[in-house]
Design a protein around this ligand. Sequence first.
Ligand code: GDP
Ligand code: CA
Length: 303
Amino acid sequence: MNVAVLAGGLGGSRFARALTETLAPSDVTVVGNVGDDLEVAGLHVSPDLDTILYTLAGVLDEKKGWGRAGETWNARDAATELGEETWFQVGDRDLGLHLARTEALRRGEPLSAVTARLARVFGVETALLPATDDRLRTWIATPAGEFSFQEWFVRRQHRDEVDGVRFEGAEQAAAAPGVLAALEAADLIAIAPSNPFVSIGPILAVAEIRGALEQRRVPAVAVSPLIGGRTVRGPADRMLARLAGGTGPAHVTRCYQGLIDALVIDEADADEEAGIRTIVTRTLMSDADARRRLAEAVLGVPV
Ligand code: GDP
Ligand code: CA
């Protein structure tokens, strides 16, 4: 069974892992968000792709939910001593990856090709694709002004309420090589329990990808990132309340109108109307058993 999954960072990588542990790793294609990408000291960083890569390679710092396990911070500390602002944290090994990727991009290699090569080096058999090779950047409108995604999320610690989200470059962006083919070849399309606005939103802002979901011939199922109306981590609940009018399953469904056939929700949210067919299970991916339970619930959607 082939599954194509749209994924952000934390919830995206955990869910990608759940699928690859339950199916064969090569039966899963992950389409990752690049709206969070940024330049750090001239280096191209793709935080969500890297979280997925590190997770599937088994080298993620699971406690933090980003970066590599056993990381050291010499480069950052040295830069800080020299008076550099280092609000976006990059560990030494992580830095090595950014150096390699940036150099490859500078040589003209597309992000999708670099990502595939990095995945191979890390021994990852799952296809990991950026949504697009084109420049796509998320901007966040807040009462304090508009910020680039990472400036809002990391530097300002997503304390500002969000009035709107804008995806710079999305209109011209084409799906990266392999993305449409993977959606076409999939027996099931899944949307990870990622932030609908800033993790899945930028992927769906690529018209070809949204179109592929709208015209799907196979079931598409999303997993809600909410448990009891609250996020496991991050601002998705606050954003849903402000931008979608509430934090129930129906508000998640509304984010994916016309794009999904079912929503997987947690038992804690089972009493609420979802406005779509629901599959109820425990959705917290706390360990291998929990990941398998969730993956099986998703894969059980008839194909
Ligand atoms: P980011 O790019 O790192 O912000 O990550 P994502 O957008 O992919 O994931 C953030 C979302 O993942 C949050 O809204 C969390 O509620 C959700 N999330 C994280 N872990 C879990 C989990 O185990 N189960 C569920 N249902 N959601 C989760
Ligand atoms: Ca992210």
